[in-house]
Design a binder for this molecule. Structure first.
Ligand SMILES: Nc1ncnc2c1ncn2[C@@H]1O[C@H](COP(=O)(O)OP(=O)(O)OP(=O)(O)O)[C@@H](O)[C@H]1O
Ligand SMILES: [Mg+2]
Length: 358
């Protein structure tokens, strides 16, 4: 359906990517991941010509949209784009947001556009907001309206650029669930996202961008579980774990708990495991480790164990003698053991490692 050949984008001397070759088939759901600044947004903007590629060609249904005389506005209608920041028309009611383009660009009657718009609002779960203005909606509702507005033009593909990263964490899943639903319905999509659990479960293909191009391209299982190339492996390793270093008795517990919550939401979806992980962490640090240590340098890591697939909390820290949990606050030790499904302590070369599995 879309064929990209030798695509390059440079801003002056800065080459964002070059020699990007990509075929997108109908029904594919492609997640685009990678470190910040590697050109993910730029690639999306080049594909739908919001930005002009420096060189290379893009074909949609065998039509070269990068040709000098291509009918850009007609071609752009084949592609929808959903932005991080919603971009709704704030002076128009929700339903008018959906009717505008179909009436103006597709010549649809107002009645037809209204009926279609209402159907789409129904689909994304905000039909009751049709007559309200965007300012009256939550971020999650706005983004669902933005998705419905894009669908009103019946695009062949929808491009999403971090559709949930401007949202309140509690609003992320309602938007992801709408996208999930669209994937089930067979809509072709390309989604730049940092939501790794979502990327793994919803997409049929994952592109990892780095080194000025598409660095690795594979199935979600391949890219997330067995990445082939070095930079992909490093990136996946990094996003699969959360690390927090504690170097003082008066460390910022709120910041750490916030980090745990964000990491868990992104990687494992929301669940009671978040609260359990936070509780274990708090008991371990505040009631067991810190009182026993005179100089504090604890590295806390939260990650999924490779073999057991269980969530593990690792506490690594130096001390002069081996640390034993049972030497301290026994209530805290009991709480940790009750919440944990596995527990181990090791000591070698002055370094302790405590592993608590959830
Ligand atoms: N309009 C522009 N003019 C000049 N440089 C730009 C422009 N847009 C993007 N860049 C540069 O191009 C590179 C790629 O940016 P881009 O926004 O595509 O990255 P990204 O992968 O989407 O990053 P993030 O994950 O932070 O959103 C960056 O170095 C950025 O500074
Ligand atoms: Mg971006």
């Amino acid at each position: 359906m879309i064929e990209i050949r030798g695509l390059k984008k440079a801003y002056g001397d800065l080459v964002v990517f070059e020699d990007v070759n990509l075929s997108i088939s109908s029904g594919e759901v492609i997640s685009v991941i990678g470190p910040s600044g590697t050109g993910k947004s730029t690639l999306l903007r080049c594909i739908n010509l919001l930005d002009t590629p420096t060189s290379g060609e893009i074909y949609i249904d065998d039509e070269n949209i990068t040709a000098p005389r291509a009918d850009v506005s007609a071609l752009r209608q084949k592609m929808g784009m959903v932005f991080q920041s919603f971009n709704l028309f704030n002076h128009l009611m929700v339903i008018e947001n959906l009717m505008l383009a179909p009436v103006r660009l597709k010549g649809m009657s107002r009645q037809q556009a209204y009926d279609k718009g209402m159907g789409l609002l129904e689909l994304v779960g905000v039909a009751d907001k049709a007559l309200e203005f965007p300012s009256e909606l939550s971020g999650g509702q706005k983004q669902r309206v933005a998705i419905a507005r894009t669908l009103a033009m019946e695009p062949q593909i929808v491009l999403f650029d971090e559709p949930t990263s401007a949202l309140d964490p509690t609003r992320v899943s309602e938007v992801l669930n709408v996208i999930r639903r669209l994937a089930k319905d067979g809509l072709t999509m390309m989604i730049v996202t940092h939501e790794m659990e979502f990327a793994r479960n919803v997409s049929t293909r994952v592109l990892y961008m780095d080194e000025k191009g598409i660095y690795e391209d594979g199935s979600p299982e391949q890219v997330f579980d067995a990445p082939v190339r070095e930079k992909t492996r490093d990136f996946i390793q990094r996003v699969k774990s959360f690390e927090y270093r504690i170097t003082s008795h008066s460390f910022d517990l709120y910041e750490m708990n916030g980090g745990i919550e964000q990491f868990m939401m992104k990687n494992y979806g929301s669940s009671q495991a978040i609260r359990q992980a936070q509780l274990i962490c708090e008991e371990m640090l505040v009631n067991l480790l810190l009182p026993a240590l005179t100089s504090v340098d604890v590295t806390f890591t939260l990650k999924k164990e490779d073999r057991s697939e269980r969530l593990a909390l690792l506490f690594a820290f130096p001390s002069e003698t081996a640390f034993s949990m049972d030497a301290g606050d026994s209530l805290a030790a009991d709480i940790v053991r009750n919440l944990a499904s596995g527990f181990s302590e090791s000591y070698a070369d002055g370094e302790n490692l405590i592993t608590v599995e959830l």
